[in-house]
Ligand binder design. Structure first.
Ligand SMILES: [Zn+2]
Length: 253
């Protein structure tokens, strides 16, 4: 079982990070920690080095923070990413967020920054791990223009079934489902229709806890796997086996 997207580098875990990681180790094979900007990426790398073989890094630039980003900062993030291209399992999270960002000019800036990371994923043939919210179809149309991105992942996919069906036409495109499945009717309806061949699992910890007041953690990905099995009328082992195999293939772990 694999948590393909979380943020255990966040300060939410400063007091008990080791315990959180050990609880994850008891239940999971691998955890992927996504960076959200230059400093965050470096912190993620250092943390992953401490837990080599269990915790793996992806380097990104969160679309919501990209609206305050200077050219200098972006350049620095690109250079750092390229310097570490062999140390990471994916580029992400990067993408576009139309839920938090309504302003047209800022959305355009998000798109431009997103494109710079797509170019790197395409040039260096690294999986692209995307944060896309309320613009899934747009993001899909953008990435479809690039032939050399080995794998595309919609982290915490919340798009329409129509877009999901288009995603499923591509063997190397994946939708990741989180612990949100435990309470979100929209996600439950969606996963019913999705082939496990295109599914990954995640928690997005510390976010998306099963009860909204508590902090989420990677070990809880078990709850997402259980929920998928329940909704798809299959057993947990089957869901575990397929989604773990998918993640191992995508991230080469
Ligand atoms: Zn995230």
């Amino acid at each position: 079982m694999i948590d393909t997207h979380c943020h255990i580098d966040f300060e939410d875990y400063d007091k008990d990070r080791d315990e959180v990681i050990n609880r994850a180790k008891n239940k999971l094979d691998v955890v992927i920690n996504s960076g959200i900007g230059y400093e965050s990426n470096q912190g993620v790398l250092e943390l992953c080095n401490q837990y080599e073989g269990f915790l793996y890094p992806s380097f990104g630039y969160h679309p919501v923070s990209s609206q305050n980003c200077s050219d200098e900062e972006l350049k620095q993030t690109h250079k750092h990413l390229i310097d570490n291209i062999n140390n990471i399992v994916a580029i992400g999270e990067v993408g576009m967020d139309y839920f938090y960002v309504k302003d047209k000019a800022l959305r355009e800036k998000q798109r431009e920054i997103f494109l710079t990371f797509i170019e790197i994923a395409n040039d260096y043939k690294v999986p692209l791990l995307m944060h896309v919210r309320d613009c899934e179809k747009k993001a899909l149309n953008i990435v479809l223009d690039y032939d050399d991105i080995p794998y595309v992942i919609f982290h915490c996919f919340s798009g329409s079934l129509k877009t999901a069906k288009r995603i499923m036409e591509h063997d190397n495109y994946y939708m990741s489902f989180s612990t949100m499945l435990c309470y979100s009717k929209a996600h439950q309806d969606l996963i019913r229709e999705i082939s496990l061949d295109n599914v990954l699992t995640e928690t997005d910890s510390p976010y998306l806890a099963i009860t909204k007041e508590t902090r989420n953690e990677p070990a809880n990905v078990v709850n997402a796997v259980k929920k998928i099995a329940e909704i798809q009328n299959t057993d947990i082992n089957t869901v575990d086996e397929i989604t773990t195999r998918n993640a191992c293939e995508v991230f080469k772990i």
